[in-house]
Design a protein around this ligand. Structure first.
Ligand code: PLP
Length: 223
């Protein structure tokens, strides 16, 4: 089933987004065991991502043939478990967090790539930069030498109002375009999960994070 799901998604996104850009597929692997993840990576999934540091630490050494990203809320005291081990931290939601990652990366002698998380829907339940501050914050973070911002990450609110969601995609894409104009490191706009990726890839996203579309519905009760 997972292999079929994956083939279907890969086929679906192979022609790129509405702007003709390649779409990067990231498997969101929370609550998925390492064997299942490896089945997916053996069948074309090139990047996997966890949203909890604890779960990342449990699985990271077991995962074969894939880049690993981090996509969840990150506390500064846990930065050390990720720096140098994930190729991309997608969820940098404050200047302070970026500074801590920078310090840790400097100690380890690496440059850590990250995305600026933008709270595009202005939701209280979500973290991230305010859309109005995202570009200035990106500029400010440029002075840190051991981190490199390569784009932006956003999570759309749950809504049936397509026009509203399309508009939020546009807000994100505008931030991305402006940043890209002045900074050649900027490459990724990570937006889209199972419930909304069909919409986001029609509206400028070039990286999607899919969990249940690939791995099936998560059963929160079993764990
Ligand atoms: C779980 C998760 C996803 C994927 O969710 P699905 O709805 O299962 O596709 C994407 N992004 C983040 C940050 C997640 O935690």
């Amino acid at each position: 089933m997972i292999v079929d799901n994956l083939k279907k998604v890969i086929e679906e996104i192979k022609n790129g987004n509405n702007l003709g850009e390649e779409i990067v597929l990231v498997g969101a692997t929370k609550m998925v065991d390492a064997d299942t993840i490896n089945l997916a990576t053996k069948n074309g999934l090139k990047i996997v991502a966890e949203n909890k540091v604890q779960e990342f630490r449990e699985k990271t050494d077991l995962i074969k043939d894939a880049d690993q990203h981090f996509i969840g809320h990150l506390q500064t005291n846990k930065v050390k478990y990720l720096v140098g081990k994930v190729s991309l931290i997608q969820s940098v939601d404050s200047i302070h967090l970026a500074e801590e990652i920078d310090k840790c990366a400097s100690k380890k002698g690496v440059v850590q790539d990250f995305l600026i998380e933008v709270n595009v829907g202005g939701e209280l339940s979500k973290s991230g930069f305010n859309p109005e501050n995202a570009l200035d914050s990106k500029r400010e973070l440029k002075k840190l030498k051991n981190v490199r911002c390569v784009g932006f990450m956003g999570m759309l609110p749950k809504s049936d109002n397509e026009e509203y969601l399309v508009n939020l995609c546009k807000v994100m894409r505008d931030i991305f375009e402006q940043a890209k104009k002045e900074d050649s490191d900027i490459k990724y706009l990570s937006m889209g999960m199972s419930g909304d990726y069909k919409l986001t890839i029609k509206n400028g996203s070039n990286m999607i994070r899919l969990g249940s579309t690939i791995f099936g519905k998560r059963n929160y009760e079993v764990k």
